[in-house]
Design a protein around this ligand. Structure first.
Ligand code: G3H
Ligand code: ZN
Length: 287
């Protein structure tokens, strides 16, 4: 059964660990992440960008697949199905499709409009038991067409959005989607501390989880980050494992071209990296 992300994130804040959000693209991604979370007894969030939703032929298909797989695999850990960087329209589509959590990314609107739209969506989501994430500031780089310069969040604006009753807050603190460039100065812990001072126990979300050094991840968690989003890293390890399989000519041996064999090394690579992240975030054994 899919659950809202609220309870698992409130527990993460209290327990000083973070729940991983891993983005899905297809059946292999979903199965790998669910099996790993179950094996490690970790609560988990499956993220779906608007682009990935479209690729999987729509949010209804995604919700049906995830619900059926959660059941057929006998998953017992809490799983939230979460819209990632949703538009206003996309948020409504996911609410209708049966998602258990959404992110309304109104960060590109003027603050007044972000407040107005977030307020409306908080009401709709909470009436249905769905959790909602909002964003203040920007996450640098590009993810599935969502582009931002990566301006740091203003702590007072964070407070204004947190006060609307959202369940978790994403704040730009120098984090970037995709690979971090050479010479990246690191996360702005000073900004994170000022935000935390404004919003208290509201779970903070760290986007752009790919490639952030371990010590920074741990420090961010100690300062109130309770959800960490990872997308690109799963794609990189999947591509690398598949390339190695093909370059070694394994697809030409026996029935190595069978998609169930061809995609297996990539699926295993996703399992390995998700397990590594869950342990780093400290959410193993917390389900
Ligand atoms: O919203 C999803 C993420 O912020 C993932 O970022 O692709 O850099 O890991 P990433
Ligand atoms: Zn993101």
């Amino acid at each position: 059964m899919l659950v809202s992300a609220k309870e698992m994130l409130d527990k993460a804040v209290a327990g000083h660990y973070a729940v991983g959000q891993f983005n899905i693209n297809n059946l292999e991604w979903t199965k790998s992440i669910l099996l790993t979370a179950e094996e490690l007894k970790a609560p988990v969030i499956l993220g779906v960008s608007e682009g990935a939703g479209k690729y999987m032929t729509g949010f209804k298909t995604v919700a049906a697949m995830v619900k059926a797989m959660d059941e057929s695999l006998g998953i017992t850990v809490p799983v939230a199905l979460h819209l990632d960087h949703g538009t206003y329209e996309g948020s409504y589509k996911c609410i209708e499709a049966g998602f258990s959590s959404i992110m309304f990314d109104g960060s590109h609107y003027p603050i007044e409009e972000n407040v107005e739209k977030t307020k409306e969506l908080v009401k709709v989501c909470h009436e249905k038991g769905i959790s909602i994430e909002a964003e203040v500031g920007g996450i640098g780089g590009e993810e599935d067409g969502v582009v931002s310069q990566g301006e740091c969040a203003d702590p007072k604006e964070c407070k204004a959005i947190a006060d609307l009753g959202v369940d978790m807050l994403a704040a730009g603190i120098g984090n970037i989607h995709g690979k971090y460039p050479e010479g990246w100065p690191g996360l702005r812990f000073d900004v994170l501390e000022s935000i935390k001072a404004e919003i208290g126990d509201m779970p903070l979300v760290l986007h752009g989880g790919t490639g952030i050094p371990e010590d920074m991840i741990k420090k961010a968690i100690s300062l109130g980050v309770a959800k960490i989003n990872v997308n690109t890293e799963c794609q990189l390890v999947f591509a690398d494992a598949t390339r190695k399989y093909v370059e070694a000519g394994k697809d030409l041996e026996g029935k190595g071209y069978d998609p169930r064999k061809l995609l297996a090394p990539g699926a295993q690579a996703i399992r390995d990296i998700v397990a590594e992240k869950i342990k780093l975030f400290g959410s193993d054994g917390k389900a």
